[in-house]
Design a protein around this ligand. Sequence first.
Ligand SMILES: Nc1ncnc2c1ncn2[C@@H]1O[C@H](COP(=O)(O)OP(=O)(O)OP(=O)(O)O)[C@@H](O)[C@H]1O
Ligand SMILES: [Mg+2]
Length: 341
Amino acid sequence: MSRQEMSKPEPLVLDVQDLVVHFELEEETVYAVNGVNLQLKKGEAIGLVGETGAGKTTTALAVLRLVPSPPGVVKSGSIHVNEYDMMKVSVQQLEKIRGQEVSMIFQDPMTSLNPVFTVGEQIAESILIHEDVNREQAMEKAKKMLELVGIPSSRAGEYPHQFSGGMRQRVVIAIALACNPKLLIADEPTTALDVTIQAQVLELMQQLRERCGTALIMITHDLGIVAESCDKVAVMYGGKIVECGTLEEVFHHTKHPYTEGLFNSLPNIRDRKSDLKPIQGQMPDPSILSKGCSFAPRCPYAAKKCEQTPVSEHHFSETHQVLCSAYDEAGFHIVRREGNG
Ligand SMILES: Nc1ncnc2c1ncn2[C@@H]1O[C@H](COP(=O)(O)OP(=O)(O)OP(=O)(O)O)[C@@H](O)[C@H]1O
Ligand SMILES: [Mg+2]
């Protein structure tokens, strides 16, 4: 390998820069995503965590260009999935890109499955859109996919309601992975399933991902799932990623006061059932755009300037970034506020 090749950065599967998404309602504007940056390399898995309303799903929908519009408006930023500029691709291209480049799994499998078609037909349909095969060949591949997710291919002719919740989510995974996407976005994929089934479905996703080299964005409230299935973590708050880094960096060298709060509220981070517990105070009102740090009103370290001046970004390593005004060149310099936290 030449020196030039060695220094060439690895191509990104996903590159989101400064993404801003609003919901323009009659009575108010909801500032859902306020400048998100997110990069993912081939095969990498990132956990996207944060309290309800933080903007996780909206960010994911924007990547697939699925933000409901109206009222949703992607105000600015850029999104690249491999070589595709998602803001510029045509509707026809989008149909190809969804499934082949990037797929999404939602929390409730019933929202992604059509009750009037058999599961075999639904997997085959997705293959037909993306691959140069006839209906018969697509059905053959659909049956293989079913076997791959642990469902006997003899059940391909059955309808979604004939399957249990866990099996339906397996069918959704089969559809999502049928065309070998480079990026899979899973939005709370196991929240609706009971605990034993959850573990099986996660294990299955992990196996398929490793086999196919698929990159993953795992949106979850469960830090145990992140610890088990991701390489990196992005913590979202008020429509921004406030801390991002490797598992080791974010879990063991936590820098953002919000992340610290999340971890402090957990009995045991390694506990498989460690659900995020909300920390003191309320999430910011999404219809008010804060001038400074939106976490400041709840932050035990916040100084006056935190609420009033634009929040600054700090890089602790090539991979570890934090949005917090409490850091300056000398490091963390603000003392814990009395009576808060
Ligand atoms: N279709 C919509 N119309 C109006 N507001 C919306 C719409 N979808 C999302 N929002 C608002 O955008 C903000 C971000 O929502 P989003 O669903 O992205 O959060 P989230 O982090 O996925 O939360 P959760 O953990 O509950 O799934 C919230 O204030 C939400 O109420
Ligand atoms: Mg969501």
